[in-house]
Design a binder for this molecule. Structure first.
Ligand code: 4AD
Ligand code: MG
Length: 432
């Protein structure tokens, strides 16, 4: 007999098959038992009728505890009442692993309790749906960049230098030196772009940020493309095409997950329409001041209420261009006609999800870059290799970083970033 996954049930209607699954939930009466089954690919219902399976199997079915693992055989049928559309009429059933007092019951649990049981919480339907969306966005990322002539390059995780400022670094011993967990692979990706043209990375990054918000993780995954012979305008076009591609991939391949999450697909459709609006930092500050924000003035970085207000003024993700030099890192290229701003952009997601992309054109001139490194109090010695990139065939180049979990939180429409990663690292949590 053929062993199948629940997700493939549609291909086996009328056939008898075998399935390995866990019991997510159960209802029964004197004659019939309904098992909600999950196998990691999907959820559907198994129906055991006493007259058909006999007393012995029916008694087992009736007494199964939540999260007992079983192997069952039966016939796949259409089930018009469920969203999934199929069920299995059980013929035989065998317990593989018992389960006593599973801690996460169908009733409501508090967040701390669920976070303490993250290793089990991952089995629930909402978490399952979010991880399906995460997987699709990773798949679509590789597809998009490979289709557009990029090559994947992996920057190191243990590093000796800090691209995004030195306050948020995790330090560790590296034999008789110090090393830091990477907070961005960008500087290495710039070297890679000079070697391979168009490159992208996808890997974990670490920030010892003291922020306890629904948008911050200590360990998060970033996609960092970097393009040689490219200016910022063209980079912005790639950014919006990439985001629209991710949203389209989720619409095309995660219909069931979006339904479980009750995510409005019409809203997501809108986010696939290009271009996205662009607004300068100057105009964004003016917009805020005009609308009664008294806590902001030119030169300040935006907080989450500011970003949310700006985002709500547009129907789609919005690029904020050219921030003040004083609040951005050392490597950004200065604006050609303005001393006080740099050529950069943050992409702000709609619906209050905040910044999902940070990117910029990079300084190409050796002397300028060296001066900035010194101004930022960094050691030219440590950045000697990075300065070399400006000595041997320096070219205009630009790149950006997408925070994967920020993007998932937005696309999935969930409240908190901690549910967008399997095992979140937060300021007060490294367990499980
Ligand atoms: O804006 P950031 O700091 O930019 C960089 O690191 C650049 N070096 C990227 C580049 O140009 N190659 O971070 C990029 C993105 C942010 O827009 C945000 O989506 C995400 O990373 N991010 C975080 N996500 C979760 N938790 C945190 N603590 C994050 N910090 C940044
Ligand atoms: Mg940023």
């Amino acid at each position: 007999m053929k062993r199948i996954s629940i997700i493939d049930a549609k291909n086996y209607v009328g056939q008898t098959v075998e399935i390995g699954a866990w019991v997510a939930n159960k209802r029964s009466s004197g004659k019939i038992a309904f098992l909600e089954l999950r196998d990691g690919t999907a959820y559907f219902q198994g129906v055991a009728v006493k007259n058909e399976v006999g007393e012995e199997i029916f008694d087992i079915a009736k007494s199964l505890n939540q999260e007992t693992s079983i192997i069952l055989t039966g016939e796949i049928r259409e089930d018009a009442r469920s969203h999934f559309g199929y069920e299995i009429g059980i013929k035989t059933l065998e317990v593989v692993g018992s389960s006593e007092d599973y801690p996460i019951t169908p009733k409501e649990h508090g967040t701390d309790f669920l976070m303490d049981h993250r290793h089990l919480w991952l089995r629930s339907s909402k978490q399952h749906a979010i991880m399906q969306i995460r997987n699709e966005m990773i798949r679509a990322t590789y597809e998009f960049f490979n289709d557009n002539g990029f090559i994947k390059i992996d920057p190191p995780i243990l590093t000796g230098s800090a691209p995004e400022g030195t306050t948020e670094l995790f330090e560790t011993d590296y034999f008789d030196q110090k090393a830091y967990l990477s907070q961005s692979g960008q500087l290495y990706m710039e070297a890679a772009a000079m070697a391979f043209g168009k490159v992208f990375s996808f890997g974990p990054t670490f920030r010892a940020e003291k922020s306890k918000t629904r948008r911050h993780l200590i360990e998060f995954w970033m996609i960092e493309p970097e393009m040689a012979f490219m200016h910022q305008e063209e980079s912005l076009e790639i950014q919006e095409q990439y985001i629209a591609y991710l949203v389209q991939g989720v619409l095309d391949n995660c219909d069931y997950a979006l339904t479980v999450l009750e995510r409005d697909k019409g809203i997501l459709e809108r986010y696939t329409q290009l271009p996205y609006p662009r607004i300068s930092y100057d105009d964004a500050v003016e917009l805020l001041i005009k609308n009664g924000f008294e806590d902001i003035q030119w030169g300040d970085d935006f907080g989450s209420p500011h970003e949310t207000f700006i985002a709500n003024s547009f129907e789609k993700p919005v690029f904020i261009l050219n921030y003040p030099k004083q609040i951005k890192p050392f490597y950004m290229k200065p604006h050609p006609t303005r001393e006080d701003v740099v050529i950069c952009a943050d992409l702000i997601a709609p619906e209050g999800y905040g910044e999902i992309i940070g990117g910029s054109e990079r300084e190409t001139d050796y002397d300028q870059l060296l001066a900035e490194i010194k101004k930022f109090g960094l050691s030219p010695e440590e950045y000697k290799w990075y300065l070399d990139l400006r000595k041997y065939g320096s070219v205009p180049h630009a790149g950006f970083g997408l925070g994967l979990e920020r993007a998932i939180t937005w696309v999935a429409g969930i409240e908190h970033i901690r549910e967008a990663i399997p095992f979140p690292r937060l300021i007060n949590r490294i367990y499980p």
